[in-house]
Design a protein around this ligand. Sequence first.
Ligand SMILES: O=P(O)(O)O[C@H]1O[C@H](CO)[C@@H](O)[C@H]1O
Ligand SMILES: O=c1cc[nH]c(=O)[nH]1
Length: 316
Amino acid sequence: MFTNGNPKNEESEESKLDTRYSDGAVRLRNPHIELMGQDILYHLAMGTESHNLVEMFGDVKFVCMGGTPQRMENFAHYVMKEIDFNLPIGATLIDLSQYRYSMYKVGPVLSISHGMGISSIGILLHEIIKLMFHAKVKNPIFFRIGTSGGVGVKGGTVVISDTACDELLNNYYETPIVGNLVKRPAILDQSLVQELKALADPEDPYDVVTGGTMCANDFYEGQGRLDGAFCNYSEKDKMDYLKKLQNHGVKNIEMEVVPFAAMTHHAGIRAAVVCVTFLDRLKGDQVDISKEVMNEWQVRPQKLVAKYIKKLLKAL
Ligand SMILES: O=P(O)(O)O[C@H]1O[C@H](CO)[C@@H](O)[C@H]1O
Ligand SMILES: O=c1cc[nH]c(=O)[nH]1
């Protein structure tokens, strides 16, 4: 292994390791888990001893994630209508996790909140990928349904990410592991990008575009805003940076795409990120739209992903 400043590119050494069993069930790239008596998915408040994960989650086909518990509860209700799923008589949708993250299950769809930023979604992805393994889920597809700041696209636009980069335009997730910096390529499934794009309704009063997404570690200085508690750069520095991103093909900025793309790719899971933009960062920094508009716009990525899920379920 290389040490700090000289990151190790795992892909070359480990990409041949299998991420699937012959029946399509998720296989972990971690030899330790199978040797453990039990596995506690601590932040999901679940475990292999305390829960029958195969019975609870074995039928999952789609895992949808987004920042807030409210959005993911709304999505669960929305997708339930779209796929005509009926809960047993007298039952209501409940939060299955009720700890760090909220989790709703609607038949083959899991809808989970991931919080804000890289470490929050990173922890969730470890535990959800392990959940897929313990539940013997076959070939799941993951989605992030999010919000973002546009770069040269107007507020309300839906961006389907075709590439993911960090603040320095690196297309990999660089993370310290046992004292070494490890690089994992942040790669999104291009066929999924095209399939989602093809489902956009030309009648909708907003654009659905594909493009690069920049993942920042921070909402303020990390995204070149002038309105954080600190700022020691000029408006020109900010605009030069945003223009540089734009020239690189970046259409929006959020805070999770890089670990999401890298960890799903490392696990061999098809995944897509669909975000609405709340503003055009070339025109300002403050998110000043009303709550009503925000709620209406947040549904746009949900519509596209629900349409995809519905289409795939019909084809089964
Ligand atoms: O709206 P969600 O999906 O939470 O995502 C975006 O919003 C948060 C910042 O406001 C970040 O987590 C960013 O990625
Ligand atoms: O500008 C924005 C808006 C939403 N989320 C972000 O991370 N940035």
